[in-house]
Structures are given as structure tokens and as C-alpha cells.
Ligand binder design. Structure first.
Ligand SMILES: NC(=O)c1ccc[n+]([C@@H]2O[C@H](COP(=O)([O-])OP(=O)(O)OC[C@H]3O[C@@H](n4cnc5c(N)ncnc54)[C@H](O)[C@@H]3O)[C@@H](O)[C@H]2O)c1
Length: 408
């Protein structure tokens, strides 16, 4: 599929949930975005599961599939690599792709601990290749609109931000002990998996950084049934199956201050019963407020201070008057969904590769997100307020020093 635009040969590493979502994007992007300057070509998919390799070629039209991701990354006909494997494979895959001079789009959280995102950022800096990270919810048309409203000052001065991602994916005590629950494969638990979405959202919406915080964590379901064979994210075992230990946190929360003066609270959980996928924010300003929740992705709530008899919450439905929405469906209140957000981010990343414009969120943004995670982890042990470390500035300094040393 190379009609129109500059050919971009794509490798996808891992054809699970997100590998399939990004592969489907590549197939439908040219028809969704007629202004596309790129022509995506699904060149090679790497997965250790033979059934998924077969699907990659049969259903997605990849030219070939391999069990060896290193072979996929090194291939001459690959220009850009999508990293969609479990967390702990992100950094080796990213480092290899950068060393081979390929552009890299990685799913969040980039590894499972703060140092992993820093390593990925440094690899991209050293190789001078473009990078992108899959904070897909930032691309929801109503989130983009909310960001513009904040930037235009329509809420006045921002006083408080409330972020939460409460998901039920781990709420079943018989939910399988998949890679997400293990330190060696996922790193930290919900703080890597979904707090990363909430923190990236807050930075994006406010254009401000969290400067200090205090937080807590809990593991609410300490043991789970062991999977047999390839286990799905939502797979279920039986009470009589052998069980193993959950090795990372199910719940985390934090109170924080932003550099610009606003206060903030964040909560994330994978085990609460009730909130099915509550990736949500509330932004409070001196003149108004906004609220959004992924469970109602096509609705933005807006409260505007006005004459007393006109003041109150208004529901704004999604529609083609907001960024990107019209690529999927025309008119007002015709809904878009999860994979549409993935398509928007993939379009923006591919477009940036061809136009040469810088892309955000990049690995640098991921480092700013994990700097918050680092302070949270520090706070778990110190049980006090912690400052958010300047991880991106430190990495930039190390890169500059290494470049100078090479030149000397
Ligand atoms: N942005 C989002 O909304 C979102 C949603 C889900 C997952 N994710 C992220 O995407 C990544 C993948 O998650 P998922 O839910 O798609 O996982 P998944 O378990 O559904 O898929 C992972 C795939 O990687 C394959 N794999 C494992 N080891 C491999 C290896 N050595 N080489 C090649 N392939 C290998 C597996 O066989 C599987 O097909 C994670 O980092 C996760 O945090 C992001």
C-alpha cells in the first residue's frame, strides 16, 4: 500500500492489543486523512506467538513476519518501528531501532521504571532519530479542545487539577497473573501502566509541570491464578489453579503542587469494582471548570461563571467542529472510539516523519512523566513530600557532555 505520499516502511514489534490497533491504523490512515504526506507500508511484524505471526500476514497484510524482533528492526526496508511488546522489551527494542537509525514510536510507559524512559530518551538523542510515545488519550478531539480552552484563558487562573485512571482490568480475583503484575516484565504496576496516562494528560492540558508530591500505594489482590499458554489481558483462571504473587502496586494516589501554583490530586487503580475505564480529569479555574471521562469520550463538561441564572454545567458533545473528529464521522454527536485516537496519533507521527516537524509527545515527554513517578516512588519509602527530579535536564546535560567529549 504505497499510493500517494512518501513511503514509510513499518515494523511492528508485538501483535497483541496495541500492535493490532497500530497495524489497523496503518491500513486505514490514507483513507481517513486525505492530506497524508506519507504512504504507510506494513513491512514486517515480530511476535513470539506463531498464531499472531500468521494473522499479521493473513489479516493485516504484512509482507512478512518473524519471531526475531532484532531481524525486523535491522531490515533495510523498514523506516519506522512501532514498539508494542510488554514493557520490559521496550528499551532493548528502542535502543536497537535507534542504533539502526529508525524512527521509533513506543507504547507507554517505555519500560517499567523511570530509568528505562531515560535510557530510551538518551538512545533517541544519541541517534538523532524522531520518537513518539503512545499517550493516545491526549489525541481525543475534546481533550484537544479542552487544552485550547485552558490556553485561551477561558477558565481563568487554574487553581486545581484532579486526575484519575480507575480501571477494572485487575478487579477479578481470578484474573490471570499476566505480565502486567510482574516486576521483571512490567516494572511498577498501575503507576507505570495507567498513572502515566493521567500525568501525561495533566501536563498536556495545563502546560505546567508537577513540582512536588506526596503519595501512597497498595496491592489489594496479592495472589492470582497462573496463566497456561498465551494469556490475554482479560483472561480468567479457576480457584483451583496454582496461584502466584502479584509483584507490583494495584493502587496509587498522590497530592501535588504544580510549578505554576495549582494544586492537584491523582488516583489510579486496576482493582476497584465499578469504574470500568475511568480515565478522567477535572480542571478548576477562577472563571470556569472542565471535566472529561474516557467512559464518555464524546462528552466534555463545561462550567462557566456567568450571570447567576445562566451558570451551571453544560455538556458539549463531540463532533466535526473539533480537531480530527471529522476524519471519522461528520456532524455532531456521532461518536468516535478508542482505536480512532490511536489512528490520530499514528497519523500525526507519520506526518511529522515526512514533514520534519517535531512530534510531541516524544520520549522527552515520557521522561517528564516518569520524573513524577520517581518522586512518587521516593515518597512511598520516605513517607514525606518529594520534589520531582529534573530527569530530562540531567539527560540533556549527559548527552551534551558525551557529544562534546566525542568532538574533542
Ligand atoms: N496506549 C494504550 O492505551 C495502551 C493500551 C494497552 C496497552 N498499552 C501498552 O502496549 C504495550 C503492549 O500491551 P498489550 O496490551 O498490547 O500487550 P499484549 O500482551 O496484548 O501483547 C503483547 C504482544 O507482544 C508479544 N511478545 C512478547 N514477547 C515478545 C518478543 N520477545 N518479541 C516479539 N513479540 C513479543 C506477545 O506475544 C503479544 O502478542 C504495553 O507496553 C502496554 O503498556 C497501551
Amino acid at each position: 500500500m504505497t499510493a500517494g505520499g512518501r513511503r514509510v516502511g513499518i515494523a511492528v514489534l508485538g501483535l497483541g492489543w496495541m500492535g493490532q490497533a497500530h497495524s489497523r491504523s496503518a491500513l486505514r490512515l490514507p483513507s481517513l486523512f486525505p492530506d497524508h504526506a506519507y504512504a504507510p507500508e506494513l513491512v514486517v511484524c515480530a511476535d513470539t506467538d506463531p498464531g499472531r505471526r500468521e494473522r499479521a500476514v493473513r489479516d493485516f497484510g504484512f509482507a512478512r513476519a518473524t519471531a526475531d524482533w532484532q531481524e525486523a528492526v535491522a531490515a533495510d526496508d523498514v523506516d519506522a518501528v512501532w514498539v508494542t511488546a510488554p514493557n520490559m522489551l521496550h528499551v532493548p527494542m528502542i535502543e536497537a531501532a535507534c542504533a539502526a537509525g529508525k524512527a521509533v514510536f513506543s507504547e507507554k510507559p517505555i519500560g517499567g521504571k523511570p530509568e528505562h524512559a531515560v535510557a530510551a530518551y538518551r538512545a533517541a538523542l544519541a541517534a538523532g532519530v524522531p520518537s513518539g510515545v503512545g499517550y493516545n488519550y491526549l489525541w481525543a478531539p475534546l481533550v484537544l479542545h479542552a487544552r485550547a480552552m485552558v490556553a485561551q484563558g477561558r477558565l481563568g487562573r487554574i487553581t486545581h487539577y484532579r486526575g484519575r485512571f480507575l480501571s477494572m482490568y485487575g478487579s477479578d480475583e481470578l484474573g490471570l497473573l499476566t505480565w502486567r503484575f510482574k516486576l521483571a516484565e512490567a516494572g511498577y504496576g498501575v503507576t507505570s501502566d495507567i498513572l502515566s496516562h493521567s500525568v501525561s494528560m495533566a501536563r498536556f492540558l495545563l502546560g505546567d509541570e508537577i513540582s512536588e508530591l506526596v503519595g501512597m500505594r497498595e496491592t489489594t489482590i496479592p495472589r492470582r491464578p497462573l496463566p497456561t499458554g498465551a494469556a490475554s489481558h482479560y483472561g480468567r483462571g479457576r480457584p483451583e489453579d496454582p496461584h502466584g504473587d502479584v509483584e507490583n502496586e494495584d493502587f496509587a494516589s498522590m497530592l501535588c503542587r504544580f510549578a505554576g501554583g495549582a494544586t492537584g490530586t491523582f488516583e489510579c487503580s486496576r482493582t476497584m469494582v465499578g469504574p470500568e475505564s475511568q480515565n478522567a480529569f477535572e480542571i478548576y479555574g477562577t472563571e470556569g471548570s472542565l471535566a472529561w471521562n474516557l467512559e464518555r469520550v464524546n462528552e466534555l463538561q463545561y462550567y462557566r461563571r456567568g450571570p447567576e441564572d445562566e451558570t451551571g454545567w453544560t455538556t458539549v458533545f463531540g463532533g466535526d467542529r473539533f480537531p480530527y473528529h471529522g476524519a471519522f464521522v461528520p456532524g455532531q454527536a456521532n461518536a468516535i472510539g478508542f482505536e480512532d485516537l490511536v489512528a490520530i496519533e499514528d497519523h500525526a507521527f507519520l506526518q511529522s516523519l515526512v514533514t520534519g516537524e517535531s512530534f510531541s509527545p516524544s520520549f522527552g515527554d515520557a521522561v517528564d512523566v516518569v520524573a513524577v513517578q520517581q518522586a512518587l516512588v521516593d515518597s512511598w519509602s520516605s513517607r514525606t513530600w518529594e520534589s520531582v527530579p529534573a530527569l530530562r535536564a540531567q539527560a540533556d546535560g549527559a548527552h551534551a557532555a558525551a557529544t562534546t567529549a566525542q568532538e574533542d
